[in-house]
Design a binder for this molecule. Sequence first.
Ligand SMILES: [Zn+2]
Length: 389
Amino acid sequence: MLRLRSSRPAAGLPGHRASGPEAVRPGILRRLLPGSRRKPVRRQPRVWTAAAAVALVLAVALAAGALPAAGAAQAAPAAAKEDSQQRKLREMCDRVGVMTGLPWQSVAALERYERTLSRAHPKSRPLPPNALVGVFVGPERWSGPLNPDPEDKSPVSIRAFGGIGRDGSGDGVADRNDDLDRLYSVAHQVRRKGTSPDDFAIGLWEYYQNTRAVQRVLQFAKIYRTFGKLDLSRHVFPLPVGTVYSYRSTWGNSRDWGGTRIHEGTDIFANYGVPVRSTSYGIVEVKGWNPYGGWRIGIRDLDNLYHYYAHLSGYEKSLKPSDVVRPGQIIGWVGSSGYGRPGTQGKFPPHLHYGVYRDRGLVEWAFDPYPMLRKWEKAELKALRVHKE
Ligand SMILES: [Zn+2]
């Protein structure tokens, strides 16, 4: 389920989240923990066995990447298909990179950003069936605004009418349904100013007329440059699996705490100092104090999701905005900061507030992270068990 969070314009206004992820209020805690208004309370863990200590050691090993990802063997056919699609997409990015002079990471970032838009707006951005490339170009932009044939495939007449459609596959036609033609056409538009990083940013601005779009593509390109591969889909649970924590679905709890805000996220209760890990590959967008969220970190991932980690007792010191992170990387520690001036702590039991927001171009929507959390947790637990056998 999606919920409208705000209707701000797309321009990347600083502090534009002030009424969103920050809106964590004490009422939700009172509801979760009846009778525990202010005092920190140790929660009975949901799962607590003598094996937890062993599991913790394994969790740390897993976090460090010492163990294979979960479910690898069972998911073989799907993974093979995924692999071959990633390979094809990478080939196309390489090819368009050579054709335009752009680094493949920039082409990949452009494709990725377009894909997130197409996923968020499937009706207004319909892609051909089995499209590998997520780029969408409307018929008018493709063929030229005055072109009498909106489905024109002739590069010559398209150019005459001022359309952006080009032939990227080398078959002589500029086909809006062809993956390479779409990817090349948009990359070519964006690189018209040149191929330096500044030129790329200016080209993006001219194409999208939207600072947020520019920021996203540059963020994605930095992530691809850091890891050097397209497949960056791995996720982990935010706390090390095997440590003591408890959580349940609290999505949308709101009516009994009187405010205008709903609870947009999942509270994961754990003791002070339990490590908080990035759940995804991504880039740090926000780090600092907020009156509601306390010490909090916001991380943008390649699905254009904003992951919000609040009430931390502290951060990983070396981490700063625009740093790239990987899943499992420690970003801070569980705490009870928030609801006051910078440094305020202890007004509620220590927990991680984890929220996820989807950027839909003009608005950001919060959605319930609980099902994803369960999925990531299960996968990690399974990997731990497989390793122990
Ligand atoms: Zn919360």
